[in-house]
Ligand binder design. Structure first.
Ligand SMILES: [Zn+2]
Length: 425
């Protein structure tokens, strides 16, 4: 089986799923492993320590059971990356990477949930809990996909299985992996984040800005003696709406990623108990999301100028801090990692997948930015359920995605980089 590349159905309207060319995945084991991961409370909260350790231990034990050589690298104390390199034993070939993260965001108020967020329960055909979609099911699916491919026989090249830490934080795991020698040999990455069956070849960029507004403190009865940073803040917020319109015109509408958004998220100043005092300082925080083709330096410069002009009208000066700056990502739809994924999806589902964009950033953003790797995002679970209460994944999706991953890997490693017929542009 290993010597013949996957056969892509030529009739886009076939509609029937195919099993030939798709390695046989141990779906019950994959589902059970996803449950085990969900039962570990690996919440990435400020000041939390050893966040991913229990999940990393679980993954490492599984890799050992599979006989996979792997490295456990502590990126921060108790926060390991677990990276396996699975050689195909079928001669030279490319290197494909599957990527996932083991940290989750907080469950928030557990009373708001109708299930135990860390129970790992299955009912109504769904696996419930924090991380069920984002993205412990994706981690389980990718691991069991690689296991299935390996058990089907030798394959050319190799597969890197990267289970990284801190995606929900500063992406320390992806940054550390991108700087590692293993990353240098990777030819394509499938990031297994939940995207609701979309093949996401693009991801929006993100910029977080903090505008510090410096005025002059004064008595509330004598405002002429002060320079009010709160009035400046209101003007800055209003000016940002105009700046967003400028950015939409300037950078246009991307077919999948939409338009640039400029969203004020913080407007803070003054003492709630000192209503007769004009404060000296205020802060405006802004969350900017960008689309492929956005010139971040130009956009930041435009936003800075808009804020300075608005605040200058009331004599207030502005200091800008760029808290974070992550580029928008676009991988060519003709890249072998994309065409392989499309071929895998067609084999399992009988039709071409839709293309889409990741609304936020993922570890893939860092792997592309820091290591120049071609990344595509595709994984089990709905795009919008992540980070919400009553998070779930449809249980059948774990097996479906594992089969697509295995078929895509076989296609990619066979070196068949041709564009499958019927792939959506
Ligand atoms: Zn995620």
């Amino acid at each position: 089986m290993h010597s013949s590349p996957s056969i892509v159905p030529s009739d886009p309207g076939a509609g029937a799923a195919r099993t030939d060319g798709v390695p046989d995945v141990d779906e019950p084991a994959a589902v059970a492993f996803a449950q085990d991961l969900v039962r570990l409370r690996t919440v990435n909260a400020t000041g939390a320590t050893a966040v991913e350790q229990p999940a990393a231990d679980l993954v490492s034990r599984l890799f050992t059971a599979f006989g996979w050589p792997h490295e456990v690298t502590e990126v921060a104390p108790g926060r390991p990356n677990v990276v396996a390199v699975v050689e195909g034993g079928g001669g030279p070939g490319p290197t494909l990477m599957f990527e996932g993260h083991t940290d989750v965001v907080t469950e928030g108020d557990p009373a708001a949930w109708s299930v135990d967020p860390y129970g790992g329960q299955i009912h109504d055909g769904r696996l419930w809990g924090r991380g069920a979609a984002d993205m412990k099911s994706g981690v389980a699916a990718m691991i069991y996909a690689v296991r299935a491919l390996q058990q089907a026989g030798p394959f050319p090249g190799r597969i890197v299985v990267g289970v990284l830490c801190d995606e929900e934080g500063l992406m320390l795991g992806a940054k550390a992996f991108a700087a590692s020698p293993t990353a240098a040999g990777v030819d394509g990455v499938i990031v297994c984040e939940p995207e609701g069956y979309e093949v996401c070849t693009s991801a929006r960029g993100g910029i977080r800005l903090r505008f510090a507004l410096h005025g002059v403190m004064a008595h509330g009865a004598m405002p002429q003696e002060g320079r009010n940073p709160l009035v400046a803040g209101a003007r800055v917020v209003a000016a940002l709406a105009g700046a967003e319109e400028w950015a939409v015109r300037r950078y246009g509408t991307h077919p999948h990623a939409g338009t640039v958004t400029v969203t004020p998220t913080v407007l803070h100043g003054g003492d709630p108990d000192q209503l007769n005092v004009i404060p000296a300082h205020a802060v405006v925080g802004v969350d900017v999301r960008t689309v492929p083709g956005t010139d971040h330096a130009e956009l930041i410069g435009h936003l800075r100028q808009a804020a300075e002009d608005a605040a200058a009208g009331v004599g207030v000066t502005v200091g800008l801090t760029v808290v974070d700056d992550r580029p928008a990502i676009e991988t060519d739809a003709g890249h072998p990692v994309v065409t392989a994924l499309v071929a895998g999806h067609r084999l399992v589902h009988g039709s071409a997948p839709p293309f889409g964009a990741v609304p936020g950033t993922t570890d893939g953003t860092i792997l592309t930015r820091d290591a120049g790797l071609a990344t595509v995002v595709y994984g089990p679970g709905g795009k919008w359920i992540a980070h919400q209460k009553d998070e779930y994944v449809e249980v059948r999706e774990i097996g479906e995605y594992a089969r697509v991953y295995a078929a895509a890997a076989r296609h990619f490693l066979a070196g068949s980089g041709t564009r499958p017929e019927g792939a959506a542009a």
